[in-house]
Design a protein around this ligand. Sequence first.
Ligand code: C5P
Length: 231
Amino acid sequence: MTATVLIPAAGMGRRMGSSINKQYLHLAGRPILAHTLALFDSSPHISRILVISPADEVDYCRREIVAAFGFAKVAAVIAGGVERQDSVRNGLRHLGDDAQGVVLVHDGVRPFFPARLIPRVIELAAEAGGCVVGVPVKDTVKEVVDGRILATPERVRLWLAQTPQAFPGLLLRAAHEQALAEGFRGTDDASLVERLGRAPVMLEGSYRNIKITTPEDLLLAQAFLSAKEDP
Ligand code: C5P
């Protein structure tokens, strides 16, 4: 079974405090987005990649990333939207009826996802109707409102949701269109599918699969690169 992957990479990277978009910052001489695309382009389980870029950087992304690194599975680079959810929806609309089969969504700024998990993610998405890669939280999590702790959820039940998140494509598209119609804004794709009464499965991934968002994340990323495998 092979699948399609959508790579949202249309964020502006304000938290990085850099003039260049975070997905184009270099790690070991290559832009972060090129590291991420390489994971999927070289996987026999992925048939097609769609990259979602800021509208004014679509040409740059085609030229400097897709063509420059020869990513053969990238079928298109399309323009994203205001928020991540809008960007993913644009990707799903672009796929149209080609959204059949499993669709993975993976952040352009997560270059350390262990590619060996790709076939398992696809399999679970098809079997269970959805699969989210994540890790158990290590710290205790507090719910805080106006500086006051309101609750301490039981830690053994808490996981951090990363990407990829994968679903039957038509289900994911329906979840996104319904969220738009009802004005729901989620912080990940699974939350939109959960609203439809589905319960995607959680697959344990890696603590290294960080989203490179702030300058501290870049330091961590450099450390991960110099120590190749998961310990
Ligand atoms: O904004 P955040 O750090 O959560 O971004 C996660 C991923 O979503 C990044 O790869 C970013 O480029 C992407 N994104 C997007 N469209 C937006 C905002 C973020 O594709 N409007």
